[in-house]
Design a protein around this ligand. Structure first.
Ligand code: DX5
Ligand code: ZN
Length: 221
């Protein structure tokens, strides 16, 4: 079993010290930086935009994993990818032309991913398997950090993993929301290979130690 990728979510970092907070998890062996973009429309919160992605790109070598929780992602794909997004994740709930959007993300040079909310079935992805580099399973309702993991997400990850395997897809499964030491191992066993963690890393006294501990928990056999 290869090691799970750990992607700390800077939503729970100190926005006044973003470069430092990213450097801490980079030194601790994080694999990506998860950037939550929220528009106050698709989700109730407003967070980060293109200029912050651009600034982060200057201070870290880690791939930027940009999660677009916005109503009109198509309009901003080019800008986020030009700013340095290596992975771009869009929500299926706002996209009537998902195939076109995912194709466009790849054309622009980033990895393309679809995110599904807790109430969205995995079957919405059945005709875009070939366009997916990753699938992001939301294990909380998007909008805020520090929420409680929804247990059903574990079944969803397992079902998604079974389906991706059955269609021969190499897309990886990313899980986002309430991920911590209590569920990381079960998620990995169910088929997740990338774990996003905000509060369980940045809302602790030692984010570096929390990064290492999360990986260890996820990979334990
Ligand atoms: C929630 C965001 C998450 C969030 C996760 O809408 O998509 O990435 O930062 O934070 P935690 O790990 O605290 O649930
Ligand atoms: Zn996210």
């Amino acid at each position: 079993m290869s090691s799970v990728r750990i992607a700390p979510s800077i939503l729970s970092a100190d926005f006044a010290r973003l470069a430092d907070d990213v450097a801490i998890v980079e030194r601790a062996g994080a694999d990506a930086v998860h950037v939550d973009v929220m528009d106050g429309h698709f989700v109730p919160n407003i967070t980060i935009g293109v200029p912050v992605v651009k600034a982060l790109k200057r201070v870290t070598k880690l791939p930027l994993d940009v999660h677009l929780m916005i109503s009109d992602p198509d309009r901003y794909l080019e800008a986020f990818i030009a700013a340095g997004a290596a992975m771009v994740t869009v929500h299926v709930e706002v996209l009537p032309h998902l195939h076109r959007t995912l194709t466009r993300i790849r054309e622009l040079g980033a990895k393309a991913g679809a995110a599904i909310n807790p109430s969205t079935p995995i079957s919405v992805l059945s005709d875009v398997a070939d366009q997916l580099d990753h699938v992001l399973v939301m294990s909380v309702n998007p909008g805020f950090g520090g929420q409680k993991f929804i247990p059903h997400s574990l079944n969803k990850v397992a079902a998604l993993h079974a389906w991706l395997t059955s269609v021969g897809s190499a897309a990886i499964i990313e899980v986002d929301g309430g991920v911590d030491l209590t569920n990381a191992n079960a998620l990995t066993r169910a088929g997740a290979s990338m774990l996003v963690a905000g509060a369980s890393i940045y809302a602790t006294p030692d984010p570096a130690a929390a990064t290492v501990a999360l990986r260890r928990a996820a990979d334990a056999r």
